[in-house]
Write a protein of this length. Structure first.
Length: 430
């Protein structure tokens, strides 16, 4: 039987294997002083390891594979990041490996050394039908352990979000405003219309949005026209929008997005795409630099105010063009504002101040989410009756990250909570 790589990583982290007469594949004695820090991102699996190999103390990284040949399958021999590997830990020895700098790292085979009780713990958790395998054991964590778990997850979550921000900014040649608006358009579609909203943004010449700022009819016509909602106007308001869009289309050589099967069935009316685009047009219309306003906000309340602009009165009696309804609020709901704050405003603000080195502003940005109420969704309900119930928006956002990236995938041994519970010997019997 070959052990999964994630299991071997956990075994290495907690050193739950027989270390008697431990040797490399070429016969040198091994003594582990420190296994290193488990790296969940790119690069070697563990960094900062201290391992005696023969009579020399090696300092550096440890990489773990099931088969030694995976070193080459993953392209590590071409990646300078793996030149720091001091030990290659494997289950199946298929031959030596080589680093990008030409050096050959020593190898350790763990096969037949793994403690049987470690595998029993692993299989118990992996076969648990509850997505939250740790549900019955979370109560054993102390408050400091839970806080440590939240903090570690937040760091991972924010790092991933910040990396995406940097990628978006680089894609747009360093233009933060354009990268911010691209992400905002996509997020404004929420779960239902993210892709077509992003396509609408791609169809807008970047110089056009600031030129239309202050002209609510033109801004609204731009978004609705590009989305093909003005192709067959049914009332006077729609006709006026269409006339404005035709003018913009000729003047700026605009091309509408590809025909899209817009979804209205099983949606709340407030999520209908025309209504959402009208709200977005109102937001864009209030400021020549929305991202600049986000950076200038002093707290979360000021940022939420930026999302409070109201579209024309027409939308207080319409969710769709040409279809009148009873009167309702045309502005974005508070829960939707908070989700956009968490998914767009906070990551971009955090990333910008990290890039320019303003630690005070960066650290203060995350605290915005800690002052807002937790969201309620299908994921947060999973944690509702556990000691990990979210107390604020920051924690509920982290719950979603935890569930999607760890619980659902049974990555319990990598999770900041699971790894504390599963420190060997575990604090429970499988």
């Amino acid at each position: 039987m070959k052990f999964p790589e994630a299991f071997l990583q956990w075994v290495w982290l907690h050193q739950v294997f027989n270390s008697d007469d431990l040797k490399t594949t070429d016969g040198r004695a091994i003594r582990v002083e420190r296994p290193g820090e488990w790296n969940r991102g790119f690069g070697p699996d563990f960094s900062g390891a201290r391992v005696w190999i023969g009579n020399q103390l090696a300092l550096g990284a440890v990489e773990i594979h099931v088969r030694s040949a995976e070193w080459f399958e993953h392209g590590h021999e071409r990646d300078a990041a793996y030149n720091s590997v001091i030990l290659h830990v494997i289950d199946d020895d298929q031959g030596l490996v080589v680093c990008e700098d030409g050096l050959v790292p020593p190898q350790l085979v763990l096969r037949d050394r793994v403690l049987p009780q470690a595998w029993n713990v692993w299989t118990h958790w992996m076969r648990n039908p509850d997505h939250l395998s740790c549900r019955n054991h979370l109560g054993r964590l102390s408050n400091p352990q839970k806080e440590e778990g939240w903090m570690e997850l937040r760091r991972w979550q924010m790092k991933e979000r910040v990396d995406l921000v940097f990628q978006g900014v680089a894609k747009r040649q360093g233009n933060w405003e354009q990268a911010f608006l691209a992400r905002l358009f996509s997020a404004w579609g929420f779960h239902h219309h993210s892709e077509p909203f992003a396509e609408i943004f791609q169809a807008i010449p970047m110089a056009l949005i600031p030129r239309l700022q202050g002209n609510s009819l033109a801004m609204e016509a731009l978004l609705l026209g590009l989305g093909r909602f003005l192709d067959d106007p049914q009332d006077e308001y729609s006709k006026s929008l269409r006339a404005m869009f035709l003018h913009l289309q000729i003047a700026f050589q605009l091309r509408k997005i590809s025909p899209y099967p817009w979804k209205n069935t099983r949606l709340r009316p407030s999520n209908f795409p025309e209504f959402r685009l009208a709200q977005l047009a109102a937001i864009l219309n209030q400021s020549p630099s929305l991202f600049g306003s986000v950076l200038g906000a002093n707290n979360e309340k000021e940022c939420l105010t930026l999302l409070s602009a109201s579209p024309p009165d027409y939308w207080s009696k319409h969710y769709r063009l040409g279809k009148e309804t009873g009167e309702h609020s045309p502005t974005l709901g508070e829960k939707s504002k908070q989700i956009l704050l968490a998914n767009v405003f906070v990551p971009f603000r955090f990333a910008y101040f990290e890039r320019v080195g303003h630690e005070f502003e960066k650290n203060g940005t995350w605290k915005w989410l800690e002052r807002l109420p937790a969201e309620e969704n299908a994921v947060t309900k999973v944690f509702q009756s556990t000691p990990l119930k979210a107390k604020n928006l920051g924690e509920s956002q982290t719950q979603v990250y935890l569930y999607q990236n760890f619980c659902r995938l049974k990555r319990c041994f990598e999770c900041s909570f699971g790894s504390q519970i599963l420190q060997f010997p575990p604090i429970f019997e499988p």
